[in-house]
Design a protein around this ligand. Structure first.
Ligand code: PMP
Length: 345
């Protein structure tokens, strides 16, 4: 953000902002291509995958996925139901065809990732969709479902854990992510799609959602969100500078481990998620006495610890510790939580 601020009014000595230049100008096309290349380097994306920079966030992809992948005759998709965001994706897909549930954790309030051995995969499905990290629930899958070996493309909504650690992209048919957690400004979505999946779309699909159209136009069939794409490029450069995804994984592991260890060791706070399914990005926790929630939120805010209120559908607290959160911030949170527990425990 500091770099963006410094060059906001005078980008590359041109006397204008990057958001003022044409998306078709050679200088902007270079920004766009470099961002794609840096993302490819970070995730080691194989050459038979296209990388798209699209609009409408992850939510537009909830509709784009079925429209691109569900057959017109007997459309059938499978979804794993792991909580709030999976539910949104399922509801949207049901508007376009039949959806069966390959696995669900609804029986225990979405506090774990359905076990791999319990999945009921259907080889007739057009694809299998899952949400590797449930942002609100704080549930992260400890495995990658293996539908690909049945010939069923695997689709993942990686909005809240993409770039948090290295990833074997070749295990997926499609990966998509809203940008606003680990990539850049909201509104942008990144889609990584294997080339053999580009030509299955239904004829009535809107052009703007058609992955083939976007792939052929280098994501410039219409005017892309140029400033968001540029900022995403700066984030990719930063990730490379700090050591890439191996370094991020190490940092994220340390941050999450110390926060969960503190919560587990306390009788004042608790986290309800099964240990093997705990998210490294989103750490929900509740106070033993929820009448103190308001005071906790007020005092933590006063201490400079922001956005700790849990999502309205689950209540309690949630610490989102994405890539941009330094380890010192987690230390400060633990220290605040400890002081608060001593005062009120
Ligand atoms: N999926 C997941 C896992 C998310 O966390 C979010 C946003 N928090 C979305 C989808 C929706 O993203 P957007 O608001 O960019 O459409």
């Amino acid at each position: 953000m500091l770099q963006a601020q410094q060059e906001l009014l005078d980008w590359q000595g041109r006397g204008c902002s990057v958001m003022e230049v044409s998306h078709r100008s050679p200088e902007y096309v270079e920004v766009a291509q470099q961002a794609e290349q840096d993302l490819r380097d970070l995730l080691s994306i194989p050459s038979n995958y296209k990388v798209l920079f699209l609009q409408g966030g992850a939510s537009a992809q909830f509709g784009a996925v079925p429209l691109n992948l569900m057959q017109s005759e007997k459309p059938l998709a499978q979804y794993i139901h792991s909580g709030h965001w999976a539910n949104k994706a399922i509801a949207e897909a049901r508007r376009f065809g039949e959806v069966t549930i390959a696995g669900s954790s609804e029986d225990k309030g979405f506090t774990y990732a359905p076990a791999e051995s319990a999945l009921k995969l259907d080889p007739a499905a057009d694809y299998l969709h899952y949400t590797p990290n449930e942002t609100i629930g704080g549930v992260e899958f400890p495995y990658i479902p293996d539908s690909e070996s049945l010939g069923v493309p695997l689709v993942a909504d990686m909005s809240s854990n993409i770039l948090s650690r290295p990833l074997d992209v070749s295990r997926f048919g499609v990966i998509y992510a809203g940008a606003q957690k680990n990539i850049g400004p909201s509104g942008l979505a990144v889609v990584i799609v294997r080339e053999d999946l580009l030509d299955r779309a239904r004829p009535e699909i809107p052009r703007i959602l058609h992955w083939r159209v976007s792939a052929d136009a280098d994501s410039m069939d219409n005017t892309p969100p140029t400033f968001a794409w540029y900022l995403a490029g700066l984030v990719f450069k930063w990730l490379k500078e700090v050591g890439g995804l191996e370094a991020m994984e190490e940092l994220n592991r340390r941050k999450a481990e110390k926060l969960y260890a503190y919560i587990d060791g306390s009788d004042f706070y608790s986290n309800p998620i099964a240990r093997d399914s705990r998210s490294r990005m989103n750490v929900p926790f509740v106070l033993r006495d929820d009448s103190l929630d308001g005071l906790f939120l007020q005092q933590s805010k006063d201490a400079g610890l922001l956005n700790l209120k849990g999502h309205r559908v689950v209540g309690g607290m949630r610490a989102s510790i994405y890539n941009a959160i330094p380890e010192e911030a987690v230390d400060a949170l633990i220290s605040f939580m400890d002081d608060f527990a001593r005062q009120h425990g």
